[in-house]
Design a protein around this ligand. Structure first.
Ligand code: ACM
Length: 559
């Protein structure tokens, strides 16, 4: 009996200790050991000195965050890291004061890291700055949540880190979140909060949906009316059913300077921005700005749309000036966003106006097709050719929503990426079979703008409250995909559409904590994912959200 009690006690202590770790996303392997590393003023952080590497920036940021959150000033010291001579760690203290040592291991993956915390030392190993960054994110999550929130907490008297051994790397290269600012505009500070939360969960792609029928949100210097006209509409709410436009002059946009500020903020967090210009559909705001060459029927009135849904007022893809417009926009985007991908949308593009337009009819017959979707493909083909002519550092890969697969994609080649949302699993498999890369962003359950509970207090949004945290968590990416196609699956992404969502506060409420569930699907091996365990680890996140000043679904935390 006494033995059984002892065993039960030990099991309880182990369970409590594991809970104490509360890491999201769950690492590939975690071993909890006895003891704690005390984080105090004498700790030295010893780093390799590598020319032209961002490691120094990553360390500086960590040291700054620790100072801000805990008051502890870590001392920095550097050692030479020469490949010729091998690693020289002699200048790092080996005894006496506690220390944190960073080592480079080129054999590891770009985002992988190893983290060993003992009573007197912490060792971090990674190949690239991103790996070190993620190790620091894990270290911060091993401390009270004010550290991840980078804000002081007077109630904490002692800063320490539990002894652990962690070996970690992401399951997928793409762990994304999309925000639609075409429907509603939130501004820079709100985007920075989102980037912080994404980084806390080791997400690495911010897909910025910047244009819609209802608003164009990025300055394009060559076409000033895109923002003078296209960024403004005469209603804050978007009409739908009994909800009528309210007549309020509403809008906003990002200048190049604003966008570059966001780019820098994202880069510091190892997040690539994927700007989306949704063309030729979802483009009524652009058409309203330049109807003379973008409209299929320039003789009619065009204005920024005040309604929800899908407008039929699409770009006239048979007008050479519209094609030139798209190329010019790409050129400016390339200049603002120094990342690998640009998203050109391609979803829900009605062809009714093309079907009634003589130039579009003629072009369709010229390209030898009877499927109007192929006019859209032909438009993209010209943009691809334009990008292909650019210097290497201005090359960009293109992403499209999966409706593009409804046309003959042969002219686009298979060097494009398909973001699968509608019938996502089937569409992704179709894309992979055609040899294209694909990203899983299934409408159900990864559209985290949909209601996250059935509670009467749920704010106005789409859905019936069935996309709960659990439902989102339990989606299994890449299920039943033949092995030979798996390398085409780049990863997962949560999307947030904002037709109903006028304030950043509600964006956050609906986004959190469901974003954490998607982040774990992107990072953690499927066999390490378990909702009951996730729910326990999630409990610590309420403190993080409060301290970072973001709203969240409090009902998920029983409050
Ligand atoms: C989409 O939800 N229209 C991509």
């Amino acid at each position: 009996m006494r033995k059984t009690l002892l065993l039960l006690c030990c099991m309880c202590i182990l369970a409590l200790q594991a809970q104490d770790l509360s890491l999201i996303p769950n690492p590939v392997s975690v071993t909890k050991n006895d003891g704690r590393f005390m984080l105090e003023g004498k700790v030295v952080i010893c780093c390799p000195k590598v020319k032209n590497s961002d490691i120094t920036n990553v360390v500086d940021k960590f040291v700054h965050e620790i100072k801000t959150a805990t008051g502890v000033k870590l001392k920095k010291s550097y050692y030479k890291n020469s490949k010729m001579l091998g690693l020289n760690v002699e200048k790092c203290p080996t005894k006496g004061d506690a220390h944190i040592t960073l080592k480079i291991d080129d054999t590891m993956g770009d985002e992988a890291y190893k983290l060993s915390v003992k009573e007197k030392r912490i060792d971090i190993t990674a190949a690239k700055p991103a790996g070190f960054f993620y190790a620091f994110q894990t270290l911060k999550q091993l401390m009270p949540r004010n550290v991840m929130a980078v804000t002081p907490d007077e109630t904490v008297k002692e800063w320490s880190i539990p002894a652990v051994d962690i070996v970690d790397e992401p399951r997928f290269a793409w762990r994304g979140f999309m925000l639609d600012e075409g429907r509603h505009f939130y501004g820079k500070e709100e985007i920075k909060k989102i980037l912080d939360v994404m980084a806390a969960y080791k997400m690495n792609r911010f897909h910025w949906h910047l244009t819609e029928d209802q608003g164009w949100r990025i300055e394009i210097k060559k076409y000033p009316k895109l923002t003078d006209v296209g960024a403004w509409r005469e209603s804050k709410v978007l009409g739908w059913g009994d909800v009528k436009p309210d007549g309020i002059h509403y809008g906003g946009y990002y200048t190049h300077k604003d966008a570059k500020e966001i780019v820098e903020y994202a880069k510091e967090r190892f997040i690539e921005i994927v700007p989306e210009i949704d063309i030729p559909g979802h483009s009524q705001a652009a058409v309203a700005a330049y109807p003379e060459f973008l409209a299929c029927d320039p003789e009619n009135e065009h204005s920024v749309w005040l309604w929800q849904g899908v407008s039929s007022d699409v770009i006239n893809v048979a007008n050479p000036k519209a094609v030139q417009f798209a190329k010019d926009v790409i050129d400016e985007l390339t200049n603002i966003f120094p990342f690998e991908y640009i998203h050109l949308g391609g979803d829900e593009c009605p062809t009714s106006k093309w079907e009634r337009n003589a130039d579009c009819q003629a072009l369709l017959s010229e390209i030898g097709s009877t499927n109007y979707r192929d006019l859209q493909i032909n438009f993209y083909k010209q943009i691809l050719e334009h990008i292909a002519e650019k210097p290497a550092d201005e090359q960009r890969n293109l992403i499209f929503w999966n409706e593009v697969l409804h046309g003959n994609t042969a002219p686009l080649g298979n060097n494009i990426t398909i973001m699968a949302w509608i019938g996502a699993d089937g569409a992704a498999k179709d894309a992979a079979t055609r040899g294209m890369n694909t990203i899983l962003s299934p409408q159900i359950p990864y559209y985290i703008n949909r209601k996250q509970s059935k509670l009467p207090t749920e704010p106005l949004s789409q859905g019936h409250g069935t996309e709960t945290v659990e439902a989102v968590y339990n989606y299994v990416p890449m299920k039943n995909v033949p092995e030979e196609l798996q390398s085409k699956y780049m990863g997962v992404q949560a999307n947030f559409w904002t037709e109903w969502v006028e304030t950043a506060d509600i964006v956050q409420y609906l986004m959190l904590p469901r974003l954490a569930a998607v982040a774990e699907a992107g990072w953690t091996p499927q066999n390490r994912r378990n909702y009951a365990d996730f729910e326990q680890r999630l409990q610590a996140e309420a403190d993080y959200y409060k301290l970072r000043g973001v709203n969240y679904g409090k009902h998920v935390f029983g409050k």
